[in-house]
Design a protein around this ligand. Structure first.
Ligand SMILES: *Cc1c(COP(=O)(O)O)cnc(C)c1O
Length: 370
């Protein structure tokens, strides 16, 4: 699905020398590289505070901890997402309330959010799925009206722009009260191990998030709040600093792959190519097709047989997962989520894809439907 190796070879010198420097100085934890990347990332995103942490799941957990929710409080999430979004909510004794997604954007449905709000609702976690922003202006308006926190799960959309109706353009992950992202190797900005970050424009939240990620302390051995241990290590920061200047080029390369696929599949009636919402750029963490004639699983088997990587993100609605049955709020059936779990299939998309690879994949997919 990705080609991390070829991408590495293009930045090898910088990465290798940076890692060697970490080895030479043995500042594996909290080396100057971490602070350097933090500042660079703040500049790139145009956000006041970046708090580097150990992974994207921790980022979400720390964000939940920072907004002071109490056991039993409800948090609205899309039912069609990666498990981490709801997992941290349940882990903290909060209740994930799952809402349907839009069939075209794959992102959380606005009317669904409105009807899920109860007196116990405290937060909304929109997920910018596959690289495209949720309808943040509408979500921020609902949050304002109902005094709710908004925590963006931006793990799949780093570098995407969101445009408000007044023309203001901002990076996803900097719109809600807190944004979270992951630097897992296959993400659009990936390191060579685990990594994550939390973003906020709120000074008080920024201080608190830093504190929670560091055992609840500012002064060493004086613990103000119950926190956790979540650090980005110096070696990962080196990799991220080497890659960040190329992120927009990486994004463009992904968009080109998506355009190629779109063109190739334009005449295949049963395939629905990704929808592009007008208010967001699509940074294509995934290129996800909808197979409309019930043959998705057969297509998957056929691609597997021809050794073409493919994935189903995600095969099971969150509320049908064994782990979340108890906290699923009695919801049995969300129409779009159910349909998407049966229809979606993602094809390889990354920064190093060539014309020949793309042509091969497209020929095979098209041949399957002939
Ligand atoms: C990858 C991902 C996460 C979690 O990131 P990790 O770094 O793997 O913990 C959370 N949410 C979404 C939507 C993701 O894609």
């Amino acid at each position: 699905m990705v080609d991390v190796k070829s991408q590495y070879l293009k930045i090898k010198e910088e990465v290798d020398s940076g890692i060697q420097e970490v080895l030479d100085t043995t500042a594996f934890i909290n080396g100057p590289q971490v602070k350097k990347f933090q500042k660079e990332f703040e500049t790139y995103l145009d956000v006041k505070h970046v708090i580097p942490c150990a992974n994207g799941t921790d980022a979400l957990q720390i964000a939940m901890m920072a907004v002071g929710l109490k056991p039993g409080d409800e948090v609205i999430v899309p039912a069609f997402t990666y498990v981490a979004t709801a997992e941290v909510i349940a882990l903290l004794g909060l209740v994930p309330v799952m809402v349907d997604v839009d069939a075209d954007t794959f992102n959380i449905n606005i009317e669904g959010i409105k009807s899920a709000i109860s007196p116990k609702t405290k937060a909304i976690v929109p997920v910018h799925l596959y690289g495209q922003s949720a309808d943040m202006e509408a979500i921020m308006k609902i949050a304002e009206d109902h005094k709710l926190w908004v925590i963006e799960d931006n793990a799949q959309a780093i570098g995407a722009d969101y445009t408000f109706s007044d023309g203001r353009k901002v990076k996803t992950g900097t719109i809600g009260h807190i944004g979270c992202t992951s630097f897992y190797p296959s993400k659009n900005l990936g390191c060579y191990g685990d990594g994550g970050a939390i973003m906020t424009n709120d000074d008080a939240l920024g201080t608190l998030l830093h504190k929670i990620a560091n055992h609840g302390q500012v002064v060493r051995y004086y613990h103000d709040v119950v926190g956790c241990n979540s650090r980005l290590d110096s070696i990962q920061a080196v990799v991220l600093s080497a890659k960040l200047p190329h992120l927009d080029v990486y994004r463009d390369a992904r968009m080109k792959v998506a355009d190629y696929y779109d063109n190739a599949f334009a005449d295949v009636d049963v395939l629905e190519t990704p929808f592009r919402a007008s208010y967001t750029t699509h940074v294509f963490h995934q290129y996800t097709l909808k197979v409309k004639d019930g043959s998705r699983d057969a297509l998957k088997a056929y691609l597997d047989e021809h050794k073409i990587p493919n994935m189903i993100y995600y095969p099971v609605p969150l509320y049908k997962q064994e782990a979340f049955k108890a906290s699923s709020n009695g919801l049995e059936h969300l129409e779009n989520t159910e349909a998407l779990c049966k229809e979606v299939i993602s094809l390889p998309i990354h920064t190093e894809m060539g014309e020949a690879q793309l042509a091969y994949i497209c020929d095979k997919v098209i041949a399957f439907f002939k």
